[in-house]
Unconditional design. Structure first.
Length: 352
């Protein structure tokens, strides 16, 4: 409860200071700061799941039939984004392996490969950590790398967008501007069904993906039941921010300072090169560069989509890019890893 009180105060302060996405950034930074100094903070899993549920449904409302046609027409750009993310993650992993080969000398060659590769892969933190565990990786280093990368991207990009002066490129989704209590209750029931299906199928991030897919199906079919109340959306952002911030415990900071420093440096570099890639994609697609930056950034799907939603920067395209990348990385991360291992085994690297 005290964590939520702190998060609410931080959100109100950020709103007063006119920071970008205050209801997520304020709680994230405040909970991370006090957690690092050893204060007892906690993220209640049911609240986090509920936050993902709300955000997933809110984003699905943007996928009108016209938007769906636009997204399908740009499938090639989404495919390029997937290839880019896989190549960038592999490059990050290769670099980590070379830089930290001596520091991680206590790991076997196989553990070193899996740890650095899955730490570099641009996918969900929990999903990549689970896959890495199957390959014998040092999961604490993998989880730390993903947590720090997502934090840096989530904090840096919204402020960059604010400094850039871009916002309001996309209005609220048509037909979903009014809150209807009966429609909202029905939307809640249908999205819950989508969540349960995702959980039954064992899919990643079921609370977010289930709600998103269910709402997308309705909206693409021309069915609009209700908008999401702004207060509910703000509360969802708050609990998602807290769930990110509480990961940064004193143990996290002492995991491996040099490792975390390398991850921070590489994360900043990836944001820079992704911005260049986004600019090229914007020239090819005609979409605004800000939309492409959010769509191709190495951040988390919920965090980047929330940024797009709050700043009104092409929510459907950002969500489509991020969702497709997440699914593709989950499917292709292990095949790419096996290919990389074969390449190393064929070479003469003594640590391969």
């Amino acid at each position: 409860m005290l964590t939520l009180v702190l998060a609410f105060g931080a959100a109100r302060l950020c709103a007063w200071l006119n920071t970008p996405i205050p209801w997520m950034l304020g709680p994230l930074l405040a909970s991370a700061l006090v957690s690092v100094f050893g204060a007892p903070t906690a993220s209640w899993i049911p609240l986090r799941n509920g936050g993902q549920w709300v955000i997933g449904a809110a984003l699905g409302l943007y996928f009108t039939p016209a938007v769906g046609v636009l997204v399908v027409g740009l499938w090639w750009a989404i495919a390029l984004g997937i290839v880019w993310a896989l190549a960038l993650g592999l490059g990050f992993g290769v670099w980590l392996r070379r830089v930290h080969a001596r520091q991680l000398g206590h790991l076997s060659p196989a553990q070193l490969r899996s740890t650095t590769y899955f730490a570099g892969a641009i996918g969900g933190a929990s999903e990549m950590t689970l896959i890495a565990e199957r390959h014998g990786a040092s999961t604490d280093l993998v989880a730390a790398a993903h947590s720090l990368r997502v934090l840096l991207v989530t904090v840096t990009i919204p402020f960059a967008m604010q400094a850039w002066g871009v916002s309001g490129l996309e209005p609220a989704p048509p037909g979903a501007r009014a809150v209807d209590i009966v429609g909202l209750a029905l939307l809640g029931g249908l999205t819950l069904a989508g969540i349960l299906v995702m959980r039954r199928l064992g899919r990643a991030n079921p609370w977010f993906m289930g709600a998103l897919v269910a709402t997308m199906v309705l909206t693409l079919g021309g069915v609009t039941l209700s908008a999401i109340p702004p207060a509910l959306s703000a509360e969802a952002q708050l609990v998602i921010g807290v769930s990110l911030g509480v990961r940064f415990t004193p143990a996290f900071v002492h995991t491996a300072p040099r490792w975390l420093g390398s991850v921070a440096l590489a994360s900043l570099f990836m944001m820079a090169v992704c911005a260049g890639f986004a600019w090229l994609l914007s020239l090819m697609t005609g979409l605004h560069p800000a939309t492409m930056v959010l769509g191709t950034s190495p951040g988390g799907i919920a965090e980047m989509s929330i940024t797009a939603k709050v700043l009104q920067l092409g929510v459907p395209m950002v969500t489509a890019f991020q969702v497709c990348r997440l699914v593709a990385v989950l499917i292709l991360a292990e095949p790419v890893y096996r290919w990389w291992v074969r390449r190393l085994s064929a070479g003469s690297d003594p640590r391969g």
